[in-house]
Design a protein around this ligand. Sequence first.
Ligand SMILES: N[C@@H](CCC(=O)N[C@@H](CS)C(=O)NCC(=O)O)C(=O)O
Length: 210
Amino acid sequence: MELYFVPLACSLATRIALYEIGAGEATRFHQVKLSTKLLPDGSDYYAVNPKGQVPALRLDDGSLLTEGAAVLQYVADLKPTAKLAPPAGTADRYKLQSALNFIATELHKLILAQILDPTTPQEAKQHAREVFAPMKLALLARELEARDYMLESGYSVADAYVFFVLTLCPIAGVDLAPWPVLKTYYERLMARPAVARAFGEELALARAGV
Ligand SMILES: N[C@@H](CCC(=O)N[C@@H](CS)C(=O)NCC(=O)O)C(=O)O
């Protein structure tokens, strides 16, 4: 497999999932430069993925899978014994899909994507920070006050995706202080070797600014 990623972007969740299933060494990682949409060899990332977005996962059959929620479930299903996703067809699997959709649409896109997009008008960024973020993060905190992970069934790829969101919140100027439960949860996730490794590697790449 090959993962197209941007350091500390939402593709971080896929890297975490790949490490969780022990596929890190068998995967080739291609860093995309977000500002130019170029790959390290100077080629155009749009030629790989017309959406120009990460994550994109090149599967072993040569096809390309995009959209984080689908990519994460694909990786989880490669190794069912890792229990990163409840079995397909079960009620818990639909709860995973519900969680992934909430994270993608209400946290990632509505809040972070708006704030971090340099073309978003200041007023919209302020609204995302001051109105959407407290509203949606309060919902997230409520879930995590009731249990240790996003799903009652335990740690899953949804937690890897939330890890990305919580990593980016301070960078986007979103204050997490009102919800101490989110800090405890973040620390719980960081204690996982796959999470710490993926985060550490991508932080180094982001700092290198390549
Ligand atoms: N719908 C996509 C959105 C992915 C996305 O927004 N990725 C960001 C990085 S976190 C990106 O590639 N942004 C660049 C762009 O939208 O041009 C998904 O859910 O995977």
